[in-house]
Ligand binder design. Structure first.
Ligand code: FES
Length: 105
């Protein structure tokens, strides 16, 4: 599997509005979010220490890390300040047929 290609990661209906889901693409942990019916994807690992954002909480257009409450913008991956040292990557995501696909390359 190439990480530069669109990869099917989940069934279309498996991330309901207001929820998120963690998937793995190759060696990359990816968080898929459904924000008001639109899908977004970012790196799932917090940039501060070791925690999965999908174990945290969605709050409006931000996701809060479960470990030290760092926050990122879901749409862009932008880190919203301390304790987060940098942004998480965001990835293109789309629906293709009955699958959710992401491209992490
Ligand atoms: S590990 Fe996410 S804020 Fe510390």
């Amino acid at each position: 599997m190439s990480e530069n290609e669109w990869v099917s990661v989940a069934d279309k209906g498996s991330v309901p509005e207001g929820e998120m889901k963690g998937v793995t693409v190759g060696s990359t942990e990816v968080a898929i979010y459904n924000l008001k019916g639109e899908l977004y994807a970012t790196d799932n690992l917090c940039t501060h220490a070791y925690a999965f954002l999908t174990d945290g909480w969605m709050d409006g257009e931000e996701v809060e890390c479960p470990l030290h409450a760092g926050r990122f913008e879901i749409k862009t991956g932008k880190g919203m300040g301390a304790p987060i040292p940098c942004d998480v990557k965001s990835f293109p995501v789309r629906i293709e047929g009955d699958k959710i696909q992401v491209k992490v390359g």
